[in-house]
Design a protein around this ligand. Structure first.
Ligand code: GLU
Length: 291
């Protein structure tokens, strides 16, 4: 049997906080318990928000915590060509289309529909679904707009994609922190509508690079926060379309702030570097996150 493979995949667009510490250490604990591999992936496709300073902070914090990973570290910004190849495959199969509506266009379109009494569908994050009207543009018109330099994003045609697959989609979800039992969860990618899979200036997106990398790195167990539970539906669909293996998932509890809300990268008080400077030890961090 191949070794179980886990990964911790932070984005260097802010400082790590207690929630990241819990996720990293839980991955480490599970990898150790199963004699598995533990990988570190730097998810830095957003080259405007990710910085080398934040990345250096991630390494500092993880080393201090006692998190140890198998080399090499995969840095997504070094692999755009691989994501582009996956995008081209989806484009060849006519499962993605260039979407030209700006945020303002989308808002105006939906407001107009809602004023007419239509109940416009929202995604699990509460954002209105993309109106897929430019799916019907002719190839000629698409090319004309692209050649004219109009901004666009590549969106997945979720209906076409589901029709292509033709069978119900699901994933295996572990039911608790010990990964002792599993249940099968129905994937519902339609809930997200036609998601962005790549942008003109960045030939990938969070969803596309995650599925390509999890497959390339042989990740068998994706252990990450509950905030990404619904994202798994989109990722399962992409895996299926691209013929990639199907990892098992555990979406763990989130470490909440004193106000009962999800921690954010801008909340300095729960940042690992601030806690360290105030004298916290790695052991104290484990206790704070309940490990
Ligand atoms: N890079 C993502 C984040 O920092 C995590 C992605 C994942 O674990 O799939 O939230």
């Amino acid at each position: 049997m191949t070794r179980p493979t886990f990964r911790f995949a932070p984005s260097p667009n802010g400082e790590l906080h207690l929630g990241h510490a819990y996720s990293a250490l839980l991955n480490q604990q599970l990898a150790q318990a199963s004699a598995g591999r533990l990988l570190l992936r730097i998810e830095d496709i957003d080259t405007t928000r990710c910085t080398p300073e934040f990345e250096a902070g991630i390494f500092r914090d993880l080393e201090w915590l006692g998190f140890s990973w198998a080399e090499p570290v995969r840095r997504q910004s070094e692999h755009f060509a691989e994501y582009q190849a996956a995008l081209q495959r989806l484009a060849r199969e006519e499962l993605v289309y260039p979407a030209f509506m700006s945020r303002g266009d989308i808002r105006a379109f939906i407001t107009e529909r809602e004023q007419r009494g239509e109940n416009w569908p929202r995604d699990p994050d509460g954002a209105p679904l993309y109106p897929g009207i430019d799916k019907t543009l002719s190839t000629r018109e698409r090319n004309r707009r692209i050649d004219a330099g109009l901004p666009f994003a590549w969106r997945l045609d979720v209906e076409a994609a589901m029709a292509r697959i033709g069978t119900p989609l699901s994933w295996t979800e572990f039911t608790d922190e010990t990964l002792g039992a599993t249940s099968e969860v129905e994937a519902r990618p339609r809930d997200w509508g036609d998601v962005v899979v790549a942008r003109r200036e960045v030939p990938t997106s969070y969803h596309l690079s995650v599925v390509v990398d999890d497959a390339l790195q042989g990740v068998s167990h994706v252990v990450r926060g509950r905030d990404l539970f619904f994202a798994t539906s989109v990722q399962r669909l992409l895996q299926q379309l691209l013929g990639l293996p199907k990892p098992a998932y555990f979406h763990h509890r989130l470490v909440l702030g004193p106000d009962g809300r999800k921690l954010s990268k801008s909340q300095a008080a729960t940042g690992l570097s601030a806690l360290r400077e105030n004298g916290a030890t790695p052991q104290a961090i484990r206790q704070l996150v309940g490990l």
